[in-house]
Design a protein around this ligand. Structure first.
Ligand SMILES: [Zn+2]
Length: 163
């Protein structure tokens, strides 16, 4: 039985945990496992990098912009959609990659609602400029789910800190 399951399914964990005993890529369990395989930190970094790319395209169009080279790119967190950025924005994204990677919180909250504030003031200001531009636009993009989660979590945390 186990042999049959593992040969049917490429994801062995699925075969082990599926309560129905069915395995295959169309099964809901499979989708859940696959989405958990991408860590939240990588998802957040990817989101920030693509937000930065939109901002960079709109504001730094006259600067030379090249495909990002970074640790995150080497780790494959951007998949095939590696952001194209100017030197300044590339520096910012590399900085975000390191900070996110080193974030001690698990699960990592959105940086705007975090109490640690590990960003330097100039980096926080850069982040604000990017969010102001790309935040509203993201609601109409493939990132709308994360954008909505961001709004909800920010509201919740503001309510908590309000007197
Ligand atoms: Zn730029």
């Amino acid at each position: 039985m186990t042999d049959r399951l593992s040969s049917m399914c490429r994801v062995l964990e699925h075969a082990a945990i599926c309560p129905v005993g069915f395995v295959g890529e169309t099964h809901p369990c499979y989708t859940i496992i696959m989405s958990k395989k991408v860590p939240q930190k990588a998802k957040d970094t990817k989101l920030v990098a693509h937000f930065t790319e939109w901002y960079c395209a709109a504001h730094h169009g006259s600067n030379p912009r090249v495909v990002l080279e970074s640790q995150g790119v080497l780790k494959g967190i951007y998949g095939k959609r590696i952001p194209i950025l100017c030197a300044e924005c590339a520096n910012y994204v590399r900085c975000v990659e390191t900070r996110t990677e080193k974030c001690p919180k698990d699960p990592k909250p959105f940086c705007t609602v975090c109490d640690i504030k590990c960003y330097k003031p100039e980096m926080a200001e850069y982040a604000r400029k990017i969010m102001r531009y790309s935040g509203p636009r993201s609601l109409f993009s493939r990132y709308w789910r994360q954008a909505v989660r961001h709004i909800v979590e920010s509201r919740r945390s503001h309510k908590k800190t309000a007197p």
